[in-house]
Design a binder for this molecule. Sequence first.
Ligand SMILES: Cc1ncc(COP(=O)(O)O)c(C=O)c1O
Length: 389
Amino acid sequence: MNKLVYADNAATTKVSESVLNAMLPYFSENYGNASSLYPHGQNSKKAINAARVPIAQLINADPSEIFFTGSGTESDNMVIRGVLNSVAAKNKGRNHVITTKIEHPAILRTCEAMAKQGFEITYLNVDSNGVISLEELENAITEKTALISIMAANNEIGSIQPLKEIGEIAKKHNVLFHTDAVQALGHMHIDVQEMNISLMSLSAHKIHGPKGVGAIYIKKNVFPDPIITGGGQERNRRSGTENVPGIVGFGQAAQDMIDHMEEDNAHTAKLSKRLMEGLLEIKKSVLTGHPTNRLPGTCSFAFEAIEGESMILMLGMKGICASTGSACSTGSLDPSHVLMAIGLTHQNAHGSLRLSISKYTTEEDVEYIIESVKEVVAKLRAMSPVWHE
Ligand SMILES: Cc1ncc(COP(=O)(O)O)c(C=O)c1O
């Protein structure tokens, strides 16, 4: 089996050739430490600063508001821990965070850790499309609320949140607004000024950049406590010798998005439409997440009487890389918290399938996926004791 049809771009993406080429000289030629004063080091510093520019442009921020981290997970940790621990929050007795039930574990597990330390966390519900209620959000705000942390778009079902309206509520109540835009960057309109966003988490490897490089947008005059202290790199926000090749790669990936955003998103949206139409021909199948207001490349389904893990393994044997929010694959006995939050039954949630496509996905790939999923679902149902037409 040599065929590889990669449809798990929400998990990670292939590093593009332009990104790889941009990174290479920073391993072998321009390897100076960005903190060194001689020109060899200053070249690295210049490259880091240049990388901030396209990332800032993608979200309408100032380059000085972009700070590099080691991952999207680290950025999320920095926001939750850093804001709650910041002197500003403590002085005002602000010990409360409002988030949602469908956040990535980087937010949820960090909130749980902070709750153990005595901080208060409110988890907002979402409707069956995976979208929060603005009324519930506004009602949850108290004078102790330090932060609203709501993801821009969900990693499992692709649903997009009403960022502008959330930003208005945050502004009205003078609360910081953070959004985890790791999945959203370059795939939807994000404008930190128009949306009143104070903090944002980003990650390179979801946009054809390298793994292990993240960024955090921090609005001017916002000061979360650093969670990694040391030599004071990244203007004292995140210590540790900078990953120069990784940062350069992130910058190039962002530039590529700026240059080709419209055509790439139109391409993935067109293929997604075909994929959804094709797979929804399967009996007792549903599209999970918002029917229209969703990321262009993230397609998520649930098939009745199917075991998600078995589906992934059988698709894997056909060379297709996909993912499921079903139990064992995520190492827990419960099905995905996201699918539970949108009201799927346990049985349906166990038959979930996420296919996330990219600019590299072709029409032939999509036809092959449709044909293969239909075949696998039919085979599994034929063996299933619970399936009846
Ligand atoms: C919404 C969301 N937030 C955070 C992360 C974590 O990012 P990273 O893999 O860079 O740690 C992911 C990765 O899957 C994600 O999808």
